[in-house]
Ligand binder design. Structure first.
Ligand code: SF4
Length: 69
C-alpha cells in the first residue's frame, strides 16, 4: 500500500515518526522524510499514524488510488 504525506500541511509534529518509525523519519527539525511504499507489516502502524496526525496530512493508499492492486 502507498502513503502520501501532504508536506504543505505537515507541521512536523512527528506523531507519525513516533508511531511508525520504520516509515516516517524526521530530517533535522521539521523536514519529514518517508517511504511511500509501505510494507504490509507496517500497515497498522501507518494507519495509526494517519489517525494521530494533528493536521491530517497523511493520506493512505486507498484514498490516493494510484492504480496497482
Ligand atoms: S504527524 Fe502529521 S504533522 Fe506531524 S510530522 Fe507526521 S505528517 Fe507531519
Amino acid at each position: 500500500m502507498q502513503v502520501v504525506v501532504d508536506l504543505t500541511r505537515c507541521q512536523g509534529y512527528a506523531q507519525c515518526v513516533f508511531l511508525a518509525p520504520e516509515v516516517f523519519h524526521l530530517h533535522g527539525e521539521e523536514a519529514l522524510l518517508y517511504d511511500p511504499a509501505v510494507p504490509d507489516d507496517q500497515f497498522e502502524r501507518v494507519r495509526e499514524a494517519a489517525a494521530a496526525c494533528p493536521v491530517q496530512a497523511i493520506l493512505l493508499g486507498e484514498e490516493v488510488g494510484s492504480g496497482g492492486r
